[in-house]
Design a protein around this ligand. Structure first.
Ligand code: ARG
Length: 588
């Protein structure tokens, strides 16, 4: 379905034609003076050069033709040659009514769907999830849902960090604590136990202890590096222990992501790249791309156009160990083989930009990806505390995600209880739903690449540009619709009617922007655009709500039209927040 701007542009171009000017000058834009008009066309200024005529004369000629249309109202030609106007209530109602009946509200989904892999989440197994992983999960989930809504086939992959030094550190520490375990006995030939030799809470204790010690104890660190190497080499005992770490950690990770309403199609990890490394390295050597430099294997990836020096991409360290780049490249081989995507989008901290540039360039140069595969990196900024420094616990430590979410749930529960009486169980459930919206909206409403301040008081407020405010608005609409249908027995299928005043008209105009906003958010991978649309719609609705008595309206026709307007407002808002990855309760 054409956007409102496109519809208006078509008619404006016709008016230019009728007035004897080229229709190409009829481009309509949203007014930048909403106090004067809703839309404008600046074409007369450009046309003035071609026709050697004062722009205001052209604008006047065109304005005279616009009168014939049932679409434009309050048309005025303003010096030096602006055409200001508003859209007629009848045309607007017709447009919105059509939108309401179309699939996805008339959104132009993409012509040729693409197969897209989104690599996000990226937690490191056995290390506690911390707030840094929050952004990747939240932004990635939204990007995934937006790409999907646009009609693409999208595969979300968590890409676990399950292959790094932390796994070796855990083994080294475990060897100190439980030296008799069979995994450490190279002579052991039997079956390893099925029961893991630790619980989740032990594991949570082991990693930080090991990490701290390795920073002070060189020998310990070397042992951990060797253990990591042995895992990567496929040493039997190490692999068995590695599997235990995975088995114990994954359910815990799943629980955490579920709580964030984040779900992955694939739970693969760095370790899954292992079978592809040797072949890939061989190909890079055979192709003449990889060469030895100071013992390490590297690929040159600099380009003539580079203004800064781009160092070669290291593929293997001098001891033959693989690196972060190696696993990402080999994962691309895996993805090409098993999925063959048209496009891959990586969502990680923007400080990893250089890493991804190296991986992408190397992959393109060495043929790890096909020429027409798109590689995209969405780097996000840091989540800071109110002091403007990276978010920490009150004690100054790394904030664990679970602790942070617990705190917000609690805060939300208190607010809900302050607002009205509620049964504990229902209140807790609602608190979780609202807290999720608070955290996600608080994050997503900022442009992803920017740093932002994680301000719990602000995010959990029911007023202002916040998740709870959006939910509150939806709940309000649900409640009106509920009361209406209770009194009437149903919400009959009334169409959208002409606006009665400026407040319902403004709401209708906002809603017409849906398709444009979603396509824009998709093209720029910018969930914040959906947030600001949702906020505008919520504000327009609340203004309308405060100025009109919907449920006590005597004119039943008018009331039915408003109810239809409420219905589409609710649907559009819910569709948008679903793309953002949260949802509204029935009451709050
Ligand atoms: N595990 C990494 C980290 O915690 C993030 C992974 C990002 N994705 C990727 N394919 N490298 O920093």
């Amino acid at each position: 379905m054409k956007t409102m701007i496109e519809e208006l542009t078509i008619r404006m171009s016709e008016a230019f034609d009728k007035a004897g000017y080229d229709g190409k000058y009829g481009k309509v834009t949203v007014s930048n003076r909403p106090d004067l008009c809703e839309f404008q066309c600046n074409g007369a200024m450009a046309a003035a050069k071609e026709y050697k005529k004062a722009p205001i004369m052209i604008a006047n000629d065109v304005a005279a033709k616009l009168g014939d249309e049932q679409v434009f109202t309050d048309v005025s030609a303003v010096a030096p040659g602006f055409l200001n106007f508003r859209v007629s209530k009848g045309f607007l109602a017709g447009y919105l009514d059509k939108m309401a009946g179309e699939e996805k509200y008339g959104l132009d989904t993409i012509g040729t769907p693409q197969k897209i892999v989104i690599d996000y989440g990226g937690p490191n197994v056995a290390k506690p999830l911390h707030v840094g992983h929050l952004r990747s999960a939240i932004i990635g989930e939204a990007v995934k849902r937006i790409c999907r809504y646009m009609g693409n086939e999208v595969i979300g992959d968590i890409h676990l960090g399950d292959w790094g030094l932390q796994m070796g550190l855990i083994m080294t520490e475990l060897r100190r604590r439980k030296p008799d375990l069979p995994y450490f006995d190279p002579g052991f030939k039997g079956e390893y136990p099925e029961e893991p030799p630790f619980t989740m809470s032990e594991l949570e204790d082991i990693y930080p202890a090991a990490s701290a010690r390795s920073k002070e104890d060189e020998e310990y660190k070397n042992e951990a590096m060797n253990d990591t190497f042995l895992i990567q080499q496929g040493e039997r005992g190490h692999v068995a222990l590695w599997q235990h770490i995975m088995n114990v950690s994954l359910p815990d990770l799943k629980k955490n992501y579920e709580r964030l309403n984040v779900s992955f199609d694939l739970w693969k990890g760095e370790s899954d790249a292992r079978p592809y490394i040797n072949g890939m390295v061989e190909d890079m050597k055979k192709g003449g791309y990889a060469y030895e430099s100071e013992g390490a294997l590297v690929v040159d990836i600099s380009k003539e156009t580079d203004t800064k020096e781009v160092p070669p991409c290291m593929i293997l360290k001098s001891d033959g160990a693989s690196l972060y780049t190696t696993t990402d490249l080999a994962t691309l081989v895996d993805r090409r083989t098993s999925i063959n995507p048209d496009k891959l989008i990586y969502i990680a901290d923007k400080r990893q930009e250089m890493h991804f540039m190296q991986v992408f360039r190397c992959a393109e140069k060495t043929g790890v990806v096909d020429k027409d595969t798109e590689l995209d990196f969405l780097g996000f900024g840091t989540m800071n505390g109110k002091d403007g420094k990276p978010f920490k616990t009150r004690e100054g430590g790394v904030m664990r995600l679970e602790a942070l979410l617990d705190e917000i749930d609690e805060e939300m529960y208190k607010k809900i209880c302050d607002n009205h009486e509620v049964e504990e169980a229902e209140g807790r459930e609602t608190a979780k739903t609202v807290a999720l919206a608070a955290v996600k909206y608080g994050d997503l409403s900022n442009q992803a690449t920017k740093d932002y301040i994680f301000d719990i008081d602000k995010f959990t407020s029911f007023e202002g540009n916040t998740g709870p405010y959006i939910l509150y608005t939806i709940v309000r609409i649900k409640s009106i619709l509920g009361k209406y249908s209770e009194a009437k027995g149903s919400i009959e299928a009334a169409g959208i009617r002409e606006a009665v005043n400026e407040t319902d008209k403004a709401l209708m105009l906002e809603l017409t922007r849906f398709g444009q906003v979603v396509s824009g958010a998709y093209e720029e991978l910018a969930p914040h655009k959906i947030c600001s649309f949702v906020y505008d719609v919520a504000n327009a609705f609340n203004r309308f709500y405060h100025e009109n008595r919907i449920l006590t309206e005597e004119d039943k026709e008018r009331q039915a039209g408003w109810i239809a307007l409420l219905k589409i407002t609710k649907e559009v808002l819910e569709t948008c927040i679903d793309m953002l990855g949260f949802y509204a309760p029935d009451r709050m």
